[in-house]
Ligand binder design. Structure first.
Ligand SMILES: *Cc1c(COP(=O)(O)O)cnc(C)c1O
Length: 432
């Protein structure tokens, strides 16, 4: 078990949370390598090894650090980046450029130049402007890149509005308008600067039902058929995006096979009927790989009881290190890590230290009696979109990230110092 209780203390991947807090301070992000490796194993079993010609591109934005990228490299994964900064992080970690895929709805000219210079594996084109920019850069540099087209299949996955990306009214991808799409595909097929590999969709995040994927696959297959018939071109690759749900509180655990098997069955059937070889199939999971591998540790400070209303327990972090509850009203679970074997006796609302009423990590969390200053509070499943969305709001330093594995712990991102918070500040001449 990755989470277990020993002598009343919560342990994570063999490390006592109390010792981690003493050694590295709080607030602290802890990432379990064992948990990440279990996800990679699962992906190998139910996708990479089960179906030939498949790739997993970990969506770095869920948790982007050089150590995580190294882990992806060692485990044979590809990665998906969405910015020059992520691309730079990956290249700096020594990740092979040809295993990098580049997504994003407004890739900058400079980011595309950087990607083409490094020789990255795929660019997923999001707009007609992007093909123009890629062609211009490739012409200048005498290069050719492999591209896919991101379509928005016009289906609505059941998730928070901000993390739904597959409906027509979206800033992402090409809407299904034939008079825009087909001339665009034709240009890509004819262009000497790009190799048109295929189609991509990413319908949203934290999706717990396979039906929206199957609907999107239907839309995609019908376009692949049209490309075959209208443009006499056979696409070589299908990218199904990410979005597979993770377990935060009491969601039912959905294995990857729940999503992948029916999708693969549908695609295989389509290609078999048409007597055509299967294209490459790529998925881009982010959250589902790292969410459950993360735990955030905080020290409890002020405990405020408003009699007859609510009890607040304030911790030394909050929305700067985990914006998700404030941004999408996400629910988390947690526990008093140093009182892990005491029975829960009351409900408290665990809040942060920021000047925002929305700075609440867990509403009505069940805890033992007398939660008090100095207690260690652990929030579970914070490995995705926590550190990667961290901010310096209220000039709070960004916490350190520690990687743990079977009792061993090592820092992978240093805690930001106050000096680092102000290091880019200048006082101009006119104020001196
Ligand atoms: C964010 C994103 C992903 C990963 O989504 P998760 O919900 O973290 O799995 C994959 N592909 C694209 C294009 C994305 O933008």
């Amino acid at each position: 078990m990755i989470k277990e209780i020993k002598d009343g203390v919560l342990c994570f991947d063999g490390c006592s949370t109390l010792e981690l807090a003493q050694k590295f301070g709080t607030p602290l992000y802890v990432m379990s390598e064992t948990s990440i490796l279990e996800k990679f194993d699962e992906l190998r079993k139910c996708f990479l090894d089960k179906y030939p010609n498949t790739r997993v591109a970990y969506a770095c934005k869920a948790f982007c650090s050089m150590a995580m990228i190294k882990l992806c490299e060692r485990e044979g994964m590809c990665i998906d980046v969405v910015s020059g900064g992520e691309l730079f992080t990956a290249i700096s970690a020594g990740f092979p450029a040809e295993r990098i895929e580049f997504n994003g709805n407004n890739k900058l000219y400079s980011e595309l130049e950087m990607a083409i210079d490094y020789g990255i594996g795929r660019i997923i084109i999001d707009s007609p402007l992007e093909l123009k920019m890629i062609e211009e850069i490739c012409e200048k540099k005498n290069k050719k890149v492999k591209v896919l087209y991101r379509i928005t299949p016009g289906i609505k996955a059941d998730s928070h509005d901000y993390i739904v990306t597959g409906k027509k009214d979206s800033k992402f991808g090409f809407p299904i308008d034939e008079d825009v799409l087909y001339p665009e595909f034709e240009r890509a097929i004819d262009s000497p600067y790009v190799e048109f590999m295929g189609l991509h969709f990413h319908i949203g995040s934290q999706i717990l039902d396979n039906d929206p994927y199957l609907q999107a696959v239907e839309v995609m297959l019908s376009h692949i058929k049209d490309i075959r018939e209208k443009l006499s071109y056979e696409v070589k690759e299908i990218n199904l995006g990410g979005g597979f749900g993770a377990v935060y509180t009491d969601e039912e655990k959905k294995p990857y096979s729940y999503f992948i098997d029916p999708i693969m069955a549908r695609i295989q059937n389509e290609y078999k009927e048409n007597n055509l070889p299967m294209p490459s199939i790529v998925i881009e999971p982010g959250r589902s790989i790292v969410a459950e591998a993360g735990m955030s540790l905080y020290t409890v400070g002020n405990v405020k009881e408003i009699r007859g209303v609510r009890k607040y327990a304030a911790v030394d972090g909050g929305m700067p290190d985990n914006i998700r509850p404030a941004l999408y009203q996400c629910a988390y679970d947690g526990m008093v890590a140093n009182k892990a074997d005491l029975p829960n006796k009351e409900k408290v609302t665990v809040c942060g230290k920021c000047c925002e009423s929305g700075d609440i990590l867990i509403r009505d969390c069940c805890v033992p009696e007398n939660i008090s200053r100095g207690d260690l509070f652990a929030v579970f499943s914070t490995g995705a979109y926590g550190y990667s969305m961290a901010s310096n709001y209220n000039s709070n330093p960004i916490p350190a990230v520690v990687l743990v594995k079977q009792g061993i712990s090592e820092i992978i991102v240093k805690r930001q110092s106050y000096d680092e918070i102000i290091e880019r500040n200048l006082i101009p001449q006119m104020l001196k």
